[in-house]
Design a protein around this ligand. Sequence first.
Ligand code: ATP
Ligand code: MG
Length: 111
Amino acid sequence: MKKIEAVIRGNKLDQVEKALGNIGISGITVSQVLGWGRQKGNITEVYRGTEISVRLLPKVKLEVIVDDEDSEKVQEAIRQNAHTGAHGDGVLWVTPVEDFMRIRTGEIFLD
Ligand SMILES: Nc1ncnc2c1ncn2[C@@H]1O[C@H](COP(=O)(O)OP(=O)(O)OP(=O)(O)O)[C@@H](O)[C@H]1O
Ligand SMILES: [Mg+2]
């Protein structure tokens, strides 16, 4: 299994989440986060209609655990749906997951 984490624009969350729902993932975790990328707040970004140049910009982070064979499909769905082409579209990264347990049933999915 893999964990795909993506930091995206908050206003892309709906679209990304719907796209992921359509390709049949079993769950998703969403957090509100603060961060910066390569521009480090040296340029301003438009957030909710206002130009801001603070160093820590509000973003949304997604976490999805998927089977290895679904990893590329999920990465591609995030990329396509989070993309605007402007600085600040975000980043994603993938890490291996050893165990995943569904608490209700105790089912354990080993890597
Ligand atoms: N190396 C990193 N490690 C952890 N989080 C990162 C990293 N780079 C970017 N992020 C997160 O992604 C958010 C958006 O980053 P951003 O899209 O501006 O990346 P970038 O590398 O500057 O690319 P771009 O040139 O397209 O803006 C940041 O606010 C931060 O939360
Ligand atoms: Mg940037």
